[in-house]
Ligand binder design. Sequence first.
Ligand SMILES: Cc1cc2nc3c(=O)[nH]c(=O)nc-3n(C[C@H](O)[C@H](O)[C@H](O)COP(=O)(O)OP(=O)(O)OC[C@H]3O[C@@H](n4cnc5c(N)ncnc54)[C@H](O)[C@@H]3O)c2cc1C
Length: 550
Amino acid sequence: MDNTQPRMRWWGWGEDGHDGPVKPGAKKMLTKSCGWPEGVNRPPIDLDAVQLPGAELPDDARSRFDELLGAAYVRDDRATRVSHAAGRSVPDLLRLRSGQMPFAPDAVLFPASEAEVDELLAICSQERIAVVPFGGGTSVVGGIDAFRPGFRSCVCISLARLDQVLDIDEKSLTVTAQAGVFGPDLEERLQAEGFTLGHFPQSFEFSTVGGWVSTRSAGQQSTGYGRIDENVFGLHCSTPSGPIRLHPTPASAAGPNPRQMLIGSEGTLGIITQATLRIKRLPETTLPDAWFFPDFHSGATALREMEQTGLRPDIARLSDVNETAFGLAQLGSGLQRKGLLAFLRARGVTTPCLLVLRYDGRTSDARSRRAAGRAIAKKQTGVSIGGAPETMWEKHRFSTPYLRDQLMTEGIVVETMETAAQWSTIEDLHDTIRQDIEKSLADRGTPALVLCHVSHLYTAGCSLYYTVFAQQQEGQEMEQWTALKTAAGDAMVDNGGTITHHHATGADHAPWLAEETGELWLRMLRAAKAEVDPGGIMNPGKLMHGPTTL
Ligand SMILES: Cc1cc2nc3c(=O)[nH]c(=O)nc-3n(C[C@H](O)[C@H](O)[C@H](O)COP(=O)(O)OP(=O)(O)OC[C@H]3O[C@@H](n4cnc5c(N)ncnc54)[C@H](O)[C@@H]3O)c2cc1C
């Protein structure tokens, strides 16, 4: 496969051929909550009609890039520029679909080695060219928007040709992979040898090792297998001031951990070229389980007890009342849904909250953890219908993002956002964020449907992940999105939450960073950046330097 060809379609999620009509049950629920914009059909514009700024790569820089990489790997054709100009946030999708692209890289560069990345950054520094590192382009926080404040030009450096799994160390249980390796390619290679990284973000199929490490990504199995930041033992990073090569060590007391400084740096300090990650042996068994609770409180209490007593389910996902109802509304058969609701009603569960769980490992161990988990779920008045809901959720877990594209065509905007907080505040936070989002959109005359789930457990707390639907305000889509984002962001930082549990900061969350970390920490971060990136070329306008414009 030629990895320099984009894996995702240029205007939306994933590949063609996976879209389907919105299921009648889901449409009914959206109509009831948000109103359905009858007769709306807003498909994305043609690629040829996309309005791009002119490419401004200076000739002297281009010839240096051509000489280093070969002209075939310095591309500025329309398709390449557009497909590297935006991630998959709502503002990105609005810009892509309408064809109004105020920013795009002047060229996309495809280095094939660490040495080439080192050299490219040296050239960009000398030539005053802004650099946007690019993995899979799935950022949902404006992480790859091609800002160039005060620079002569802006290039995107794609890691697509650094696509090798370099080593599987069976004794240490680690894998060393180059930054441009995509999720499925890494897992295929690991699983063929009996291992797994266990890192499955919903964007798994289209995101990369370098992207995960740069954003502190969390996967759907991170409760059991760990977030990516817990699993990095070594990494290589090229910076404009030179390379940083941190060899893998299981632990160290040599001062603050430099790996943790680079993990989550979102391309603002340098380009991660390879990482050494913890892997596990493939589990002997994976046991699904599922429960319906009468309310969010009892489900959350059960999860807390499971985590704090060391059961550590490998997958744990508790949907609130709205999300459970939306999931059930998408069930193919109304009869099936009605039967299930009647079954639950008969057991006192009228507003069900679904919890899906999975226990991985040796069969005996997984069985005993599941039995202990069941005892806790029962104690919290959960009702079991076996493992089928978990199996069904797993089957569809990578396909739900396609629904967002379809709904945008039909005039419904869909935003997702996440936070994390301590158990002591989580339930209040769950309500406050939902209410503030609902108010921000109702005030604009576009009432919302807000769904939420818990998907990552820690002994001290958990994550909350929101999905918000509302009718798009035609002509004021960005203002509508800003109102929603501001309401949610303020509610998170004002009530003990983080502005992001795993989507990272990018441009979109940058306005809240100082509130979360304090100004002094930001100044420390900027001082570190000044050392490795004195010209400030690395991913301007993101993380510590956002927000900014062109
Ligand atoms: C539908 C959908 C579902 C998602 N689900 C999840 C989820 O479950 N969990 C989760 O954590 N995230 C999720 N995300 C967000 C996104 O997929 C993650 O942030 C992911 O880690 C980004 O990887 P990527 O390879 O696509 O990176 P990109 O989007 O290309 O880049 C992300 C950021 O990292 C920088 N970057 C990329 N590669 C490098 C590198 N090698 N060196 C330095 N900087 C680099 C970029 O400049 C950018 O700032 C989802 C996104 C979408 C659209």
